[in-house]
Design a protein around this ligand. Structure first.
Ligand SMILES: NC(=O)C1=CN([C@@H]2O[C@H](COP(=O)(O)OP(=O)(O)OC[C@H]3O[C@@H](n4cnc5c(N)ncnc54)[C@H](OP(=O)(O)O)[C@@H]3O)[C@@H](O)[C@H]2O)C=CC1
Ligand SMILES: O=C(O)C1=N[C@H](C(=O)O)C[C@H](O)C1
Length: 275
């Protein structure tokens, strides 16, 4: 596949998945990007199918294969933690930047991301929507303003097919609150209470997970004090919001030096860019 000089040629891993299909649509909608490759799992019923047919957007001329060649500028990966290592190896071998949206990474996999980012540029973010990335910023500010006397609880709701819990976004929101309050999330997080738990401790940050139906992704950060509470909520109503963000990240990442970037870098929301 030959890509045009003014467009970023994007290859989508796991194109038959929920996000894979949304990504095809987002690339088609982007004036700056074009499809340049796509993969499905070995033995998939979609092998060799036109990715436009897989995504229901008509014909694209790009067929789903089991791997990629160097005919793309940037790779986008929303697959699974099981596929992460192989996907990073593929991007490194092809010397192509990669945008990763997969959630549920282990600490070892996060280290692998940092190590790989010494060789290739990587954008990794648990949520590619503009709204959630603004929310991350706001949560830190609200936590600083309210301080330690307000209890922080994070509630997330997703569709019945989601495999990881809490969501990557919920954990990222928890980190934002913990950082602002001078706490370490790994030391203060409490996941899903049950039984005789005793009273809530002052510095814990609680996570509650709800799974059901086709909910795209809702997140609420609750700051509960005595006599009042503040609730900050984001609701995604379409996966296209994540996919559009990922395509924007891919276009932004093309030509960047190796490094591990965040969606907040892409959107110009990181602290250094706001000075
Ligand atoms: N950062 C963000 O903004 C967002 C992140 N996500 C995250 O993206 C990921 C994918 O979500 P979603 O699209 O709903 O999931 P799906 O299960 O619908 O899609 C995943 C796709 O990846 C393929 N895949 C998975 N594992 C492998 C493997 N080892 N080798 C080859 N192909 C593989 C699957 O193929 P097969 O069906 O054959 O198994 C499937 O087509 C999740 O981690 C989710 O949390 C989701 C939305 C937004
Ligand atoms: O699996 C999903 O669907 C989603 N996963 C991401 C997460 O774990 O935070 C982002 C979004 O909420 C949808």
């Amino acid at each position: 596949m030959t890509t045009s000089a003014s467009m970023t040629g994007i290859a989508i891993l796991g194109v038959a998945g929920r996000m894979g299909r949304a990504l095809v649509e987002a690339v088609q909608d982007s004036p700056d990007a074009e499809l340049a490759g796509a993969t499905v799992r070995e033995g998939s019923q979609f092998l060799q199918a036109d990715v436009g047919a897989i995504a229901g957007v008509g014909s694209t001329g790009i067929k789903a294969a089991t791997t990629l060649d160097a005919g793309c500028d940037v790779i986008i990966d929303f697959t699974s933690v099981e596929a992460l290592e192989a996907n990073l190896e593929l991007a490194t071998r092809l010397a192509r930047p990669i945008v990763i949206g997969t959630t549920g990474l282990s600490e070892a996999q996060k280290s692998l991301l940092s190590d790989t980012a010494r060789e290739i540029p990587i954008v990794f973010a648990p949520n590619m929507s503009v709204g959630v990335n603004v929310l991350i910023d706001i949560v830190g500010r609200v936590a600083s303003l309210l301080g330690d006397t307000y209890d922080v609880e994070i509630i997330e709701t997703h569709h019945r097919f989601k495999k990881d819990a809490p969501s990557g976004t919920a954990l990222r929101l928890g980190e934002a609150a913990a950082d602002a309050l001078g706490r370490s999330l790994s030391e203060c997080a409490v996941y899903g209470r049950e039984g005789h738990t005793g009273e809530r401790t002052a510095r814990e940050i609680g996570f509650e997970t709800i799974r059901g139906g086709d909910v795209v992704g809702d997140h609420t950060v609750l700051f509960a004090g005595l006599g009042e509470r503040v609730e900050l909520t984001h609701k995604a109503s379409s996966r296209l919001t994540f996919a559009t963000g990922a395509v924007k990240a891919a276009v932004w990442l093309a030509g960047k030096p190796p490094g591990l970037y965040d969606m907040r870098d892409v959107l110009g929301l990181s602290a250094d860019q706001n000075k």
